[in-house]
Design a binder for this molecule. Structure first.
Ligand code: ADP
Length: 256
């Protein structure tokens, strides 16, 4: 609690009057802590690939100077690290732009049917590479929401990409979009992968939260994807529902 004291004008009979203000600043403190944790995490995530780049540059200047085979291999690793840094910077910029827009409601009418079809077309090469079959079940009639087209693409891309990457071993990813009489417009993506332990599910949309850090790194994750998804959905007054069962797979549903 922050306390401030203000002496009021005028005294009577030698009595001074004060105004005492007690302000509950726990929420401000919590936000401050979250911000500094975020900066620390972001710096750490950027420092790791930077340290690796520095290490490889030094090796190439020294021990590997005259070994073309090693140099070739190291250059490949260095490119991966540079790409990782640029994915991180892109995601950090996305988050910061979304924070600026948080209070502005999106105003465009967007038909989700062709939009999701387009997202799945663009992810077909990734699904192919991972040996995953993408099955689509989209409504026949247009399903429109008030939204921001680019942000919605980002949401669906993230969720379908995650299902392909983390549910790869299940071989099949099912994407559906329908109008539910009770719940309204629902998008869902379902994989038959290893599933997510229940204790992790409520924390998935936290920034930099990963169920398995090494798994996420090897699958080119930044740990920011679902945080971005949550921000965008909040702005669209939509909800993300996660159902997952160990050994059976996961389903991510967006309810507009
Ligand atoms: P990342 O960039 O690491 O993929 P996300 O924020 O998109 O970050 O996801 C957070 C974590 O949630 C991932 O690191 C992964 O551990 C887990 N996850 C997301 N989607 C799935 C899924 N379909 N199946 C299993 N785990 C998942």
């Amino acid at each position: 609690v922050q306390v401030s004291r203000l002496q009021l004008e005028g005294q009577s009979g030698g009595t001074a009057y004060y105004l005492l203000v007690f302000r509950d600043i726990s929420e401000l403190r919590r936000l401050d802590r979250m911000r500094s944790d975020f900066v620390a995490n972001a710096s750490h995530e950027l420092r790791t690939p930077l340290a690796s780049l520095r290490g490889f540059i030094e090796t190439m200047q020294g021990p590997a100077r005259d070994d073309p085979k090693s140099r070739e291999r190291f250059l490949g690793i260095m490119l991966d690290q540079a790409n990782r840094m640029s994915r991180l910077v892109d995601d950090l910029l996305s988050l910061s732009r979304l924070e600026l827009k948080a209070h502005m409601a999106p105003s465009e009418m967007v038909d989700l049917v062709p939009l999701i079809g387009h997202v799945c077309d663009s992810l077909a090469p990734l699904a192919d590479d991972l040996d995953v079959e993408l099955r689509l079940d989209l409504a026949d009639a247009p399903l429109r929401v008030l939204g921001d087209r680019d942000e919605l693409v980002q949401v669906f891309e993230n969720l379908v990409e995650n299902a392909c990457k983390y549910g790869q071993e299940g071989k099949i990813v099912e994407v559906s979009l329908r109008h539910d009489p009770v719940h309204g417009i629902e998008f869902s993506v379902k994989d038959k992968g290893p599933g997510i332990p229940a204790e992790h599910v409520p924390r998935l949309t936290e920034r930099f939260y990963r169920v398995n850090v090494e798994d996420s790194r090897s699958k080119k994750g930044t740990g920011l994807g679902l945080a971005i998804v949550k921000h965008i959905l909040t702005r669209h007054r939509a909800r993300l529902i996660v159902r997952s069962e160990i050994g059976k797979g996961s389903e991510f549903t967006v309810r507009f």
